[in-house]
Ligand binder design. Structure first.
Ligand SMILES: O=C(O)c1ccccc1N[C@@H]1O[C@H](COP(=O)(O)O)[C@@H](O)[C@H]1O
Length: 223
């Protein structure tokens, strides 16, 4: 029996893009609170955008090397369901940030060409042991600029027993989403640049096509 792959669309800045994500049937909407990103939104702007998010669609706050106080302050303004720690936070720092914010969290592992499968397993175990608020590892490709770069990595590095608990990201698009679902069988997929018309500006057609490509993968696994 296979599960429906959860879908997060990240880096929303406009009301119409939030509506496009909801209409496409995605599970989660990401807001980037990393000031150096072209997709950055203030907590006040995120709060405005979240007003049009219906129940049962999660709102995710993405942070890069923010302090516990900074994250806690943002969570007080923007009603986020959970947080995504996408920087070089240590396992202990990530647990401290999540406790300060009072939110469950995903922790990124930025995969390099020389990353070994057992490192992913050990990192997941260390995060699980560090906090009951840890939910899952988010795998992205290592790039100097931290994320949203549209670059993929070698999915064969992901251990088969870890895959059902990871959020797969990095260079996903309509062209590889079905293969990602069928080949990796992740818990969820996360995409930003692959559904954009320009940085921070999403494309409703690309969002709908991406969701359909993920569902096509789910259908193959069901058959
Ligand atoms: O989207 C951003 O601007 C961003 C900034 C800093 C860290 C992460 C960021 N986005 C995340 O990057 C991955 C991969 O994105 P892409 O699909 O390859 O463009 C994804 O998890 C985004 O949430």
């Amino acid at each position: 029996m296979s599960m429906r792959t959860r879908i997060k669309i990240c880096g929303l800045t406009r009301e119409e893009d939030v509506q496009a994500v909801v209409a496409a049937g995605a599970d989660a909407i990401g807001f980037v609170f990393y000031p150096n990103s072209p997709r950055y939104v203030t907590p006040e702007r995120a709060a405005e955008l979240i007003r049009s998010v219906p129940p049962f669609v999660s709102t995710v706050g993405l942070f890069v090397n923010a302090t516990p106080d900074e994250v806690a302050a943002i969570v007080r303004v923007a009603p986020l369901s959970l947080i995504q720690l996408h920087g070089d936070e240590t396992v202990e720092e990530a647990a401290t940030i999540a406790a300060a914010a009072g939110r469950q969290y995903m922790k990124v592992f930025r995969v390099k060409p020389d990353t070994l499968p057992h490192e992913l397993l050990e990192y997941a175990q260390a995060n699980r042991a560090a906090s009951p608020l840890f939910t899952s590892l988010l795998l992205d490709t290592y790039v100097d600029a931290y994320g949203g770069a549209g670059k993929g990595f070698d999915w064969s590095l992901i251990p088969k027993d870890l895959a059902p608990r990871v959020v797969l990201s990095g260079g996903l698009s309509v062209h590889n989403a079905t293969d990602a679902v069928v080949g990796v069988r992740p818990y969820a997929v996360d995409i930003s640049s692959g559904v954009e018309a320009a940085k921070g500006i999403k494309d409703a057609r690309k969002i709908a096509d991406f969701v359909a490509a993920v569902r096509a993968g789910d259908a193959i696994l069901e058959s």
